[in-house]
Every structure is written in structure tokens, then in C-alpha cells.
Design a protein. Structure first.
Length: 438
């Protein structure tokens, strides 16, 4: 006895083409699929009741066969699995595999694996479909990295998404610890759990994770980032950059090196992050109520927070000199005349953001390549842009010309960050400022 189905299936023309419509019974909810393989249908001879062409031409006979084959696949899935809604029918059909025996045709549903599910998320991030994504590139890269690691592991990735459970979380954790020596453990486990949470949200999985990945994270002492000494900073500022080039090097290269050096020094003077410094314009320079020249901006790192943190940092004499040096050189009004800043970027547009992100990465590579050339004269190995902001905090916490709160506020960070990373550098700053007074 045939069971009663919950979804109606019919074929009908629309805008000169033939579609298969599926509709949840008792509702107005319906979905349509274009029937492939039928070009320029002869709709004058279309019979709406029998849902076929009523003319004995070779094309009509061929088109009727195409319609029956396409419709039969949906009807088999509908009758065998009894989906409750038209959306469920489409999902089942997308994963259906027809199995032909001697006298019958049955349907088997190919289950969506964890790998299939992550691949779908990767494609959504790549094309920004499904929902608006402000910064597609970083999330896309995280999912891609997770997929590659699961691909190397080889077993978990082939598990149906609805079967992913606590044991798989433990299995992946063990793989990272044993096979990858714990490299990138926290980040990989974070995104593994994020994928599972997304599957639960979409109704593709009902299992809960109770495994605490963070408790099993490898315990490693973070390598201490070194700071530049005042002597090294002075040498960096005064170094003759022509010594880094040969006679055949264009003069433009020396000018670029000078720009890169000033950019690094500006990070030190203003305790800035590189991403925030690149975007600084003359509009960011203001005068406060006390007549102090300041730079005001919202850190890029905190722009997605509901309560946006505005940073107001007083400009040092050297920072002002650098600003004057490049005044008028950017057609868009930026402080630093990088080629990157000659475009009209729309940071709310995913494609524009990705192009900016790519050019930004390239600029950082170029500046760090220049800094690498400076390592030998400075006698400092591993020089990077980040070290200039790090050195600024180190020096400020050592000299304590400002309170801890002021240092954090001017650097767009927190007092806790300074306590965690700069109090324990050997300087006796706690005796000079009581954190509890904040």
C-alpha cells in the first residue's frame, strides 16, 4: 500500500520555459527547478492536465521522455522517503543516487559528509553567498586550512555530518597533538567546533560536544618578543639608506625605503598598529580642549564591537615631523602616500575588502623585506614591523612617564594586556603605579 506523500509534484511552463514545481501540501510554499535539456519548448501544444506535449513530432516525443525521467527521480524520492516539506524533498533529491535492479529502481541518499559541509562553507566564503560577510578572506582561509588538515587525517572528513560527535572531536584533537606536534592546536580546534555548531544551527547534526579542547591544548611558553634598544632605534633612524642599494638600483627604491622607515618610526612614536597607521588621514589629526595635537581613530581590531573604542593619542614631536614630511603627497588625503591609498576602497563590500586585504599584505611583505635588510647594520635578527609597537610599550612601561592607564589608552589596548605582557619584563613598574586605583 502506497503511503500518503506530503509534497505535490507538477510540471508547468513559466516565462517560456518548463519547470518542475514541488509544493508542500496544505501550504502555499513551493519551489521550482528548471527541467534541463529542453530548449524552445512548443508550448502551443502543451497539455496542462496531462503535463506533456500533445503533438507527434520527434522533438515533442524526446522532450516528453526528458520530462518523465526528470520527474520520476523526484517522485521516487518523494514516495520512498516521505519528506515533510518541499525544501526537504529538494535536499534529499540533491543527495539521491538511483540504484537500478533487474525490474525495479530504488533510491539511496548519499549523506553529506563533514568534508562536503566544510566545502560548502568555503564556497560561501569565496563567493560571499548565503549572507553578507564583511571580511570574507580571513574566515575563508580558516575553513580552507581546517579542510586541508582534516583531508590529511583522512577519516573524520568522510564521516556523515549528522554523525559527527564528541568522539570525533577527541579524535581530531589527538591527531593535532600526535601528528602535527600540537601546531596551531587552539585555532584548528576552534574552527572544528565552529563547523559543528554551524551544522547544529542548520539542523544537520543533533549531537553535543562535551570535550573541552582547551584543557588538552599543549602547554608551551610563548616565545618572548624582543625589543629594540634606544641605541638601535637611533641607528635605525640615522642609517644612510643608500648603503642598502647598489648603483643600478632606481632612486625610487631609496625613497620607498625612507617611507618604510618613517612608517616604522611612526608606529613606535604613536604606539600604533600597522593596519591602523596605513589608514590614517589628515582628518584624523585634531586638537583637543587643552590645545594638544592628537590623532583620533577607531582601531580596526575593534570596529566590529558594538561599543566602538575611539583612541585619542597625543602626537610626539617626531610624529609631527613625519606628518609634515609627507603632507600633500597623497591625493586621497592619507598621511602616508602608499600606492594602496590611491584607491577608493569600500570596506563594506566583500570584493573591495579582499582586494584591499591582498594589497595590504603585499605592502607589509615589502616593508618587512626592507626591515630584514636593516638587520645586519642594527645587529638585530628577526626585525619586523610589530617590534616597533612592542618596543614603544616596553619603553613606556619602563620609564613610566605616563600612568599604565594612559599608556594603554593611547595605544588602543587594555591595562590587562600591559600587565600580562609588559609588567613581567623585569621592570619594577608595579611599585610606581597601583592598578587597583583605575
Amino acid at each position: 500500500m502506497t503511503q500518503k506523500t506530503n509534497v505535490n509534484i507538477r510540471v508547468a511552463p513559466l516565462n517560456g520555459k518548463l519547470y518542475l514545481f514541488v509544493q508542500t501540501k496544505g501550504t502555499s510554499t513551493q519551489r521550482k527547478r528548471l527541467i534541463p535539456g529542453i530548449e524552445e519548448p512548443d508550448l502551443q501544444h502543451w497539455d496542462a492536465k496531462d503535463q506533456c506535449f500533445k503533438i507527434a513530432t520527434e522533438k515533442a516525443i524526446s522532450d516528453n521522455s526528458t520530462i518523465r525521467t526528470f520527474r520520476n527521480g523526484f517522485e521516487l524520492v518523494n514516495e520512498q522517503f516521505l519528506p515533510e516539506t518541499c525544501d526537504e524533498l529538494l535536499r534529499l533529491y540533491n543527495n539521491a543516487v538511483l540504484v537500478k535492479n533487474e525490474s525495479t529502481v530504488t533510491v539511496k541518499i548519499k549523506k553529506t559528509t563533514l568534508g562536503d559541509f566544510i566545502n560548502k562553507m568555503i564556497e560561501e566564503q569565496r563567493s560571499c553567498t548565503g549572507h553578507f560577510i564583511k571580511k570574507p578572506s580571513s574566515t575563508y582561509q580558516q575553513y580552507l586550512n581546517l579542510f586541508r588538515k582534516l583531508e590529511n587525517e583522512g577519516r573524520i572528513i568522510e564521516t556523515p555530518i549528522d554523525e559527527i560527535e564528541n568522539a570525533h572531536c577527541i579524535q581530531f584533537s589527538d591527531y593535532i597533538l600526535r601528528q602535527l606536534n600540537g601546531t596551531n592546536y587552539k585555532n584548528l580546534m576552534k574552527w572544528f567546533v565552529a563547523v559543528h555548531n554551524k551544522a547544529v544551527e542548520q539542523g544537520c547534526n543533533r549531537n553535543q560536544f562535551t570535550f573541552k579542547a582547551s584543557a588538552n591544548a599543549p602547554k608551551k611558553d610563548a616565545p618572548r618578543i624582543r625589543s629594540l634598544s634606544k641605541e638601535q632605534l637611533a641607528k635605525f633612524e640615522e642609517f644612510d639608506l643608500s648603503q642598502l642599494v647598489n648603483g643600478s638600483t632606481p632612486k625610487k627604491t631609496v625613497r620607498q625605503y625612507d617611507l618604510y622607515r618613517d612608517f616604522a618610526l611612526f608606529l613606535y612614536e604613536m604606539k600604533l598598529r600597522p593596519i591602523d597607521t596605513v589608514k590614517l588621514a589628515y582628518d584624523n589629526i585634531l586638537v583637543d580642549d587643552q590645545g594638544t595635537v592628537i590623532i583620533e581613530y577607531v582601531p580596526e581590531k575593534k570596529k566590529n564591537y558594538h561599543a566602538k573604542e575611539v583612541v585619542q593619542a597625543p602626537m610626539t614631536a617626531k610624529a609631527k615631523a613625519i606628518v609634515r614630511k609627507y603632507k600633500g603627497q597623497s591625493s586621497k588625503g592619507y598621511i602616508f602616500p602608499f600606492a594602496l591609498n590611491e584607491y577608493d576602497w569600500d570596506y563594506t563590500n566583500p570584493e573591495s575588502y579582499k582586494r584591499h586585504y591582498s594589497k595590504w599584505n603585499r605592502l607589509m611583505e615589502q616593508i618587512n623585506t626592507f626591515l630584514h635588510k636593516m638587520e645586519k647594520p642594527l645587529k638585530f635578527k628577526g626585525l619586523t614591523l610589530y617590534m616597533f609597537r612592542h618596543t614603544a610599550f616596553t619603553v613606556a612601561c619602563k620609564e613610566m612617564k605616563e600612568s599604565y592607564f594612559e599608556i594603554a589608552s593611547h595605544g588602543g589596548t587594555s591595562v590587562k594586556m600591559l600587565e600580562d605582557h609588559y609588567v613581567a619584563t623585569g621592570y619594577n613598574v608595579k611599585s610606581k603605579f597601583n592598578i587597583s586605583n583605575i
